[in-house]
Design a protein around this ligand. Structure first.
Ligand code: G6P
Length: 619
């Protein structure tokens, strides 16, 4: 397999379409739907460029996509070719000038870009010397001027585009329109994801399937180095100057437009929390149909297993690594993807590295897996998006079926990741003939985890709302657990930070007396995760916290007989009786609800937390 060069990326989203005049679709609708679907990738500014009757219209601004959609004249736009962009600033602050699309001096070429052009300063210097006038601080603008430069030397638009692309170093997904080729969108991909959507009388180019799935589910995933153009009726693709036949590359994806609507909920996050029973059931049945024999074989033979991920996916990785060790006694270690270098020298041929990533595009995880492969390890992708770069580049792919997750804060993909990792552990126990693990019982527990999730959701909404009312007034909170409870506590703390902007930290409960307890004063919220597994270890930690005035919230099985829970808790979230593996999958759910309702109580928008993006493709 060719390992593409490593590049830095940014987090923007791009959409472009070319439609025939006979197609009934309207330009403003396609752009509006596309931009809204892309907004989760980044949202400090947005913009569009539309070609109509030889004229290029550009609307862009700082702020949310709604500003563009509601701008005067937007609903009247009438073009057969258009591009749009949502930005998460890397080069240059969020501002109207820095928003995409960017144009050449004569405003005849418009460019949208996701990625980072590493040599843009050199190119800009040359273009400035030639007299080009720049209007932004971005790296992207050089692309428009470069195309203009090659056209001024006599090249036709597409040739000029290709020459410009050949000069770029770094990562890019590009969509470019040019007044001189009014029915085409030029595109190119290197490192940053880009897809072509094939509709009837309309074709799309986008960084994200969700932006056009309402119109078609026939897609071609572009590879690094590919470039070409779309028109309403044609797709031209080439690699290294040679045409590429796309007919064998067309895939029909199972994603319906409804699954990316809010479905009656106020926020995607709420929708995604409440659809966890479905996501778990779907993922469990998908796992049963996947052939895992090769993966089980390499895991059984591995000297050591590393599980890597970022953010929420790291927390799932941690829980997975604990399960490998506690249940199977195997050498397993979870690592934050961006810290993979810690073990670079320790990786040996035959080790297995599992990359856990909802999107399959997180650059830190991708780079960790690339490094692992270079060192001779086998790589396994555990992803929610089987078409992603991480899936494509890994030796083996295990796909979850959580459905699209739009809210920035991951919820259903955490529980489905945990389910998947525990399923692998169960199947591995069967494969190696472990006498310590009853794999049938483990699988049975996982099978019913969707029902447990349903019961938790039914039982804990009101109590989580009440807790949120308390937390909304606080500055900080601790989340404490032991063993498996630690990653769940970490996930709870991350959720509260991300969407409610409350400083929250998680610790192994036993560690809390070695420093964190210094902060405890009257009313300081401490959330204890009683998993029904080594719970007695938590008893003295709860007492210690209570003695210093902490406001104690416990997540615990309703039938527990532990006295510390009843004696010291201010509030108990009673969890239904369930086997351990189903508890491991589902105990993050009340913590997600607490964070969600706290965000609402504070008047925040949980779907759009500040400074964050859903898919992080910057190092
Ligand atoms: C971002 C998101 C997190 C996510 C992390 C890893 O930081 O905001 O919610 O957990 O990326 O994403 P991945 O797609 O690799 O799971």
């Amino acid at each position: 397999m060719v390992v593409p060069r490593i590049g830095k990326q940014s987090l923007c989203g791009i959409i472009g379409f070319a439609k025939s005049s006979k197609a009934s679709l309207r330009c403003p609708e396609i752009l509006r739907d596309g931009l809204r679907r892309l907004e989760y990738r980044g949202y400090d500014s947005a913009g569009i460029a539309v070609l109509s009757q030889g004229l290029l219209t550009i609307v862009k601004d700082v702020g949310s996509v709604e500003k563009i959609i509601e701008s005067p004249g937007f609903s009247m736009l009438d073009g057969g070719v258009a591009i749009g962009h949502t930005r998460w600033a890397t080069h240059g602050k969020p501002s109207k000038d820095n928003a995409h699309p960017h144009t050449d001096c004569r405003k005849r070429i418009a460019v949208v870009h996701n990625g980072i052009i590493e040599n843009y300063m050199d190119l800009k210097r040359l273009l400035l010397e030639e007299g080009h006038v720049f209007t932004s601080e971005t790296d992207t603008e050089v692309i428009a001027h470069l195309i203009e430069h090659f056209k001024s030397l006599g090249e036709k638009s597409f040739e000029a585009f290709k020459k410009a692309v050949s000069m770029l170093r770094g990562s890019y997904a590009l969509a470019v329109i040019d007044v001189d080729e009014p029915d085409k969108i030029f595109f190119a991909r290197n490192v940053s994801p880009l897809l072509i959507g094939l509709g009837s009388g309309v074709n799309f180019v986008s960084s994200d399937l969700a932006s056009f799935v309402k119109y078609t589910n026939r897609v071609v995933v572009l590879m690094d180095g590919e470039l070409g153009y779309i028109s309403a009726s044609d797709v031209h693709l080439e690699l290294g100057g040679k045409p590429v036949d796309i007919s064998s590359r067309i895939r029909v994806v199972e994603l319906d437009a409804q699954s990316i609507e809010k479905g009656g909920f106020h926020h995607y996050m709420a929708k995604e929390i409440f659809e966890q029973p479905y996501a778990l059931a779907q993922t469990f049945s998908a796992l049963q149909t996947q052939n895992l024999s090769e993966v089980l074989k390499i895991l059984a033979e591995a000297r050591r297993v590393y599980i890597v991920g970022a953010g929420t996916s790291y927390h799932a990785s941690l829980l997975g690594a604990i399960a490998f060790k506690r249940f199977l006694g195997l050498e397993a270690e979870a690592l934050i993807s961006s810290e993979f270098k810690v073990v670079s020298r320790a990786i040996k041929w035959g080790d297995v590295v599992i990359g856990v990533s909802q999107s399959g595009e997180t650059i830190d995880t991708l780079l960790a897996l690339r490094e692992a492969r270079e060192k001779g390890a086998k790589t396994v992708a555990l992803v929610n998006n089987p078409f992603s770069t991480i899936a494509r580049e890994s030796d083996y792919v295990i796909s979850m079926r959580a459905g699209p997750e739009i809210a920035v804060a991951a919820t259903k993909t955490f529980t489905t990741q945990v389910l998947t990792l525990l399923y692998i552990v169960a199947r591995l126990a069967e494969f190696i003939g472990s006498i310590d693990v009853d794999y049938r019982a483990l699988i049975q527990g996982l099978k019913i985890s969707h029902e447990v999730a349903q019961n938790i959701l039914k039982a804990s909404v009101e109590i989580c709302k009440a807790i949120a009312t308390e937390l909304a007034r606080k500055q900080s909170a601790y989340y404490l657990g032991r063993v498996f409870g630690v990653p769940i506590a970490m996930e709870g703390a991350l959720k509260l930070k991300e969407i409610a902007y409350i400083h929250a930290e998680a610790y192994p409960a036993g560690e809390s007396k070695h420093g964190p307890i210094a902060l405890i004063e009257n009313g300081f919220p401490v959330i204890f995760i009683y998993l029904g597994f080594l719970d007695e270890l938590l008893e003295s930690n709860v007492e210690e916290m209570k003695a210093r005035g902490a406001y104690i919230i416990t997540v615990a099985q309703g039938d527990t007989t532990l006295s510390s829970i009843a004696r010291y808790s201010n509030t108990i979230i009673k969890m239904p009786k369930a086997p351990l593996e189903a508890r491991l999958v589902t105990y993050a759910i009340p913590l997600q609800l607490i964070a969600y309702y706290t965000s609402i109580m504070k008047g925040l928008d949980p779907d759009k937390p500040r400074n964050l993006a859903k898919t992080v493709t910057v190092i």
